[in-house]
Design a protein around this ligand. Structure first.
Ligand code: GAP
Length: 490
């Protein structure tokens, strides 16, 4: 079996070979931190997003408390813009505080994240860490804001400056009142959004794990202050269970509660859901999702202006004239709770996931190599993606055993029938063994083969990806068979 490091290299090679992921602008040498999803990858990532949306939003039952929840709650979706009013980022704190510290080498001009200097390589040979060559000349750590800046309109002056959002969350906070007044939701309720986010990471690395353009799947859950701890516990448990339900091994997952010094100044509790990605050394984990208890920080920031911590309290940061350093909207974003007859600024629990990191984790978990007997019983090595059927890019592939005797026509008809419901492939090229191998590498749960017997008794073979077990199924029962098999695996 592949060692951890080799395993990652093999996963990257598979992604390129099968069209899961390509380097962006590859024919021009690529651009660091940007990735394109190929024909197979786009389906995989769509399925990750759709599973999240279905399980968190559209499939949510507003009328009963889900298991472990303090009460029932409403859930709505949003799709907000990437470019927002620049004041949003000033009030939220991103304009002042969303930076990493970096270190430059004046000799070789390379740039490193200050907290990663000891794990980085100087670009010069022989390979050493930054600072270890005699003539390395490192600067002191300096701040680097991670937001991409752009201009709105024709004038390239400071009044036209705007930012690509570094998170989807703010689009939901600023729509709090709009959602309350246009729907029938009441606190507690959640808003959910899937969308692109952009961060000018100093050192993008580890395939899509740290990219400059990526997608987030975020929930902002609004609740009464006195219930917020119970909701924080609920969301932490609910979110880690979601990854397990889609196939991540619980031994490779962990929930890591942040210590008080690691938390953001507004946070009353943050837990990372982490996965043992194969590019990390044994025993190390990488963040998949953060679940954060953000108190009333977000809504208050958009009411009052940028907040800073003062002892136990969050207070508006003021300039030398006593004015808010960055003003909020001044709009009333408080909530009147008619069950308790109280008015308060809701607290927020935020489960914030990365669609690309989740996709990468599902890919890493699914990747496997084994040996299975070929048509002559000789063991053959294969690569197989043991993806959960909900995530599999292609649900079934249909093959005629030979390209004659009417088999392609029957196979194409089956393909067209199944295609109405699922993403299904048709393939008549190459040996049947090679066609199976191709689908195994793509993670296709079922291969359906039309053979000589089909022409006599209207049955086909259905081969299951993980076990390679084959069954004969009547053509007119095939759709129900595939539906039931996909369903029972979920
Ligand atoms: N609104 C809170 C927020 O954005 P975050 O921990 O900065 O929190 C949430 O980001 C998730 O977004 C992370 O857990 C990760 O899955 C994903 N993410 C963050 N930065 C990323 C990057 N550079 N590349 C890929 N995914 C990233």
């Amino acid at each position: 079996m592949a060692t951890q490091n080799t395993k990652m290299e093999r996963i990257v090679a598979l992604c390129k070979r099968r069209g899961v992921l390509f380097q962006s602008s590859e024919i021009y040498g690529g651009i660091g931190g940007f990735w394109d999803y190929g024909p197979l990858g786009v389906e995989l990532k769509r399925n990750v997003r759709e599973a999240w949306w279905r399980d968190m939003v559209s499939g949510h039952d507003d009328t009963v408390p889900p298991e472990g929840a303090p009460s029932s709650y409403d859930m709505v979706g949003l799709d907000t813009t990437i470019i927002m009013h620049p004041q949003v980022w000033k009030a939220s704190g991103h304009y002042d505080l969303f930076y990493d510290l970096f270190v430059d080498c004046r000799t070789c001009k390379a740039r490193f994240r200050a907290d990663q200097v000891h794990d980085s390589q100087c670009p010069r040979k022989p390979s050493k860490r930054p600072g270890e060559h005699d003539d390395c000349d490192l600067t002191d750590p300096r701040e680097f804001n991670l937001m991409f800046k752009t201009y709105v309109g024709a004038l390239l002056d400071p009044t036209a400056e705007a930012y690509l959002r570094p998170e989807t969350a703010q689009g939901m906070f600023v729509n709090f009142k709009n959602v309350l007044s246009s729907t029938r939701v009441k606190v507690p309720f959640g808003m959910a959004q899937i969308g692109k986010a952009f961060r000018n990471e100093i050192t993008p690395r580890n395939f899509t794990f740290r990219s400059r353009e990526f997608e987030q799947m975020e929930i902002e859950f609004f609740c009464a202050p006195d219930t917020s701890s119970a909701w924080y516990d609920y969301w932490r448990d609910r979110r880690i269970a979601w990854y397990e339900s889609l196939g991540l091994n619980s031994h490779a997952l962990r929930l890591r509660e942040h210590g008080p010094n690691e938390r953001a100044h507004y946070s009353c509790g943050t837990a990372d859901i982490e996965y043992a990605f194969p590019f990390l050394p044994d025993g190390e984990f990488g963040e998949l999702e953060g679940v954060s208890h953000r108190s009333d920080f977000d809504l208050r920031s958009h009411i009052e202006g940028k907040l800073i911590r003062d002892g136990d309290a969050l207070v508006v940061e003021r300039d030398e004239d006593g004015q808010p350093r960055h003003a909020g909207s001044g709009k009333d974003l408080s909530y009147f709770d008619d069950t308790t007859q109280t008015k308060y600024v809701p607290h927020v629990i935020e489960p914030s996931a990365g669609a690309d990191r989740a996709t990468l984790a599902f890919l890493c978990e699914a990747y496997d190599e084994d040996a299975i007997p070929d048509e002559n019983g000789v063991p053959q090595e294969r690569v197989v993606l043991r993806l959960h059927p909900r995530l599999a890019p292609i649900k079934a592939a249909v093959f005629p055993l030979v390209r004659k005797d009417g088999q392609p026509d029957v196979a194409a008809e089956i393909y067209r029938g199944l295609k109405k419901r699922w993403n299904v492939a048709y393939d008549e090229r190459g040996s049947i063994g090679k066609r199976y191998r191709r689908q195994d590498e793509s993670g296709t749960p079922y291969c359906i083969t039309v053979d000589h017997q089909t022409m006599d008794d209207q049955t086909v073979t259905v081969r299951e990806r993980d076990t390679t077990r084959q069954e004969r199924v009547k053509i007119n029962e095939l759709e129900a068979y595939v539906a039931q098999s996909l369903e029972s695996a979920t």
